[in-house]
Design a protein around this ligand. Structure first.
Ligand SMILES: [Zn+2]
Length: 222
């Protein structure tokens, strides 16, 4: 199941979330009063892009997926998360008890952290990325029988992915990034946004819309 974008707007003194209307905002009706909604200046509905997207469509990215489906992105289930790194063709490399897997399916519902700025995304960069990722994943560190041993150091899939990022950063002459820094800068707000999106999305799917008295100025960004 794919997730859809949400539309957020104000009406009836409430902030309302609905599924992004394919007919466009002109055809929008308020689900509370059933009136067609007209928007003044600065009131245009906001489209909230789903934070859960196909990781195989995301080149050169850090991906977070859940082994229990999207429900795993909600706060209570975070232990079920699994992370990996995609190559330029959307093949996802991740460290498991079987060693490093190279997967072309299975990451369709992922939270995506792009690692490469669009301007740096050249063909030669992509080729280098793919070669480095292949070589790195073949290192003896990432064999299946060492998985438990790595886990003791809090390593596992996250350790593999972050070590690869640091491997690339070092090769570019940059300082490595710590786990705490990476998590707080790149992961936490995305997890928070995904968790919030999911709770709203589930309500929209069940009831046709979600509304709250809160007036959101901004949605967490990702
Ligand atoms: Zn209304």
């Amino acid at each position: 199941m794919g997730f859809r974008d949400l539309l957020q707007f104000r009406h009836c003194d409430r902030t309302i979330f609905t599924l992004g209307d394919p007919a466009g905002p002109t055809a929008l009706r308020c689900p509370i009063c059933c009136q067609a909604v007209r928007f003044g200046l600065m009131e245009a509905p906001v489209r909230i892009q789903t934070p859960i997207r196909d990781g195989h469509q995301a080149a050169c990215s850090f991906l977070i997926t859940s082994q229990v489906g999207a429900a795993g992105f909600s706060e209570e289930n975070e232990s079920e998360l699994h992370v990996g790194i995609s190559n330029s063709k959307g093949v996802v490399f991740s460290y498991t008890e079987l060693g490093v897997l190279h997967q072309q399916v299975g990451w369709e519902q992922s939270i995506i952290v792009p690692l490469v700025a669009p301007g740096n995304d050249t063909l030669s960069f992509r080729m280098l990325w793919d070669t480095q990722l292949e070589t790195f994943s073949n290192l003896n560190t990432w064999t299946g029988d060492r998985f438990q041993e790595q886990r003791e150091f809090g390593s596992c899939c996250y350790g593999f992915a972050l070590s690869y990022i640091n491997h690339v950063m070092r090769s570019e002459g940059s300082e490595p990034i710590t786990r705490e820094h990476f998590t707080s800068q790149y992961i936490l707000h995305r997890m928070e946004a995904a968790s919030k999106y999911l709770s709203v999305y589930q309500d929209v799917c069940q009831h046709g819309y979600h509304s709250t008295a809160e007036s959101y100025r901004s949605w967490p960004t990702y």
